[in-house]
Design a protein around this ligand. Sequence first.
Ligand SMILES: [Zn+2]
Length: 293
Amino acid sequence: MNDLITHNRKLNKTKVALVILMAILLILIVITIIKIVNAYKIGRSVNDYNLWINKINEENEIKEEKDKQKYAPLSEEELTNINNIYKHQDNKRVFLTFDDGPSTSVTPYILDLLKQENIKATFFVLGTKVEANPNLVKREFEEGHYIANHGYSHRYDDIYASTQNVLDEYNKTNELIKKAIGNNNYNSLVFRFPGGSSGGKYHDVKQQAKELLKQNGIASLDWNALTNDAAGANTKEKIMENFYNTIQNKTSIVILMHDAQDKILTYECLPEIISYLRNNGYEFKNLYDVIGR
Ligand SMILES: [Zn+2]
């Protein structure tokens, strides 16, 4: 009888051991399957990640290439197009241009108005002001306005001390614009000489500098209409009088205005200027439309 009990116990123990063994085996199989599935998933996500990185790199290369073309020095033909800007006779068009900014007290208001009127203008920014207000340059750029170059110092004795100084001021300002808008390929391509590109004490240096800029694929642009907002017009009436007098009989108008710190009157005159031009059939353009890249 005792022998039978002992025998049964041994049998039970063997059964229990067998069940435990099978359970362990099952757990090991499950763990192995999980590991294989995870390894597959990781492999796939590494693959996806690599594809994603490659795609981003490719897109960046395409953007870089496009930017290089967009901001390459101007060709002979493009330089001629800028030089002939006033000769255009096909349709009435106007370029609103603002010099000496950006400024915190005037530029944001002008930008708000231009946005409301859906007009793209051209800003000839000054290096010292770009340095002081980079966010406003960024805003101008992002809102589709053309960022052109007005040199760094605006001090005639400095900038016109030599032809090389003109190019140096262009380059210095261009570097500041690049930094402000966060695009290392940016090239402003069009320069406006402080005080205009001819006449006066520095006439000869200006003519030589114009040639030097041209050799570097940089155009220069003056204006054929103005409000005299930086030269004595200190009431809205005077500003508007200069505007009406200088735009007369012109098909392609480049208007010189200023968005420097003290030029709030320019902003206050803009609605009338815009509505007059619009009512008289002028289309608003900026330099992107002339360069055509
Ligand atoms: Zn100026």
